[in-house]
Write a protein that binds this ligand. Structure first.
Ligand code: FES
Ligand code: FES
Length: 231
């Protein structure tokens, strides 16, 4: 019976001496030598097809190669955004998300990135008045848009009604989800100034709170409505 070389201290030592990762399955090089006659026609066709595709910067699966992708990844586009009432002319990489541009280019770090994949809502901002996940919008898609972030809610240093209601109801616990909750709540109050708790729950369904402070958040938005909505 052939012994597992990974249990053979001597061979394992040799592998380590050569700087090889012992987690890599050991294979005897002799076993890998392929007799010319053993190479099948299929192997040959697959190999030559891959070579042609590699020359064109395309993988065997039709996906651009990493080299081709990295050549394109720094392509930039000039865009205009109006962020919290201020016009911004920006040169952005085509692969940057709106959340990245807000945080990294405009220093508006109130917009949080939690999951970065359209699941948690921490990155919610208003785009032309509608709540969107900024982690899932390319900045170039937002060209010409009006963006409102949590930094744009207060006026002359005065918290907005929904922000005040969050404070009054202990809406934030760790606070990571709070900017996204506030932006979705603001969008709701724009169209429904006096929502019921059921309507608030429905509107906030895409904003997760890992502290699970949902009751306080819903009560805060209901209170904001009762106290005049966004007025
Ligand atoms: S960070 Fe955008 S949805 Fe979670
Ligand atoms: S308050 Fe902590 S995630 Fe919502």
């Amino acid at each position: 019976m052939r012994r597992n070389p990974m249990r053979d201290k001597k061979k394992q030592g040799n592998l380590l001496d050569k700087g090889n990762d012992p987690a890599v399955k050991y294979a005897d090089p002799k076993d890998q030598i392929l007799n010319d006659k053993q190479q099948s026609r299929r192997d040959f066709l697959e190999g030559s097809g891959a070579a042609v595709a590699a020359g064109a910067g395309i993988s065997a699966f039709g996906i651009p190669s990493a080299k081709a992708q990295s050549a394109n990844s720094s392509a930039t586009t000039a865009i205009n955004l109006t962020v919290n009432g201020t016009r911004q002319m920006l040169e952005v990489q085509d692969r940057w998300t709106l959340a990245e541009v807000l945080r990294d280019q405009l220093d508006l770090t109130g917009t949080k990135i939690g999951c970065n994949r359209s699941e948690c809502g921490a990155c919610t901002v208003l785009m032309n008045g509608q709540p969107v996940y900024a982690c899932s919008q390319l900045a170039v898609w937002a060209d010409g848009a009006e963006i409102r972030t949590v930094e744009g809610l207060a006026t002359n240093g005065e918290l907005s009604p929904v922000q005040r209601a969050f404070v009054a109801n202990n809406g934030p616990q760790c606070g990571f989800c709070t900017p996204g909750q506030l932006m979705t709540a603001t969008a709701l109050l724009q169209t429904n100034p006096r929502p019921s708790s059921e309507e608030v729950k429905e509107a906030l369904v895409g904003n997760l709170c890992r502290c699970s402070n949902y009751n306080a958040i819903v009560e805060a938005v209901v209170m904001a409505g009762e106290e005049g909505g966004l007025a």
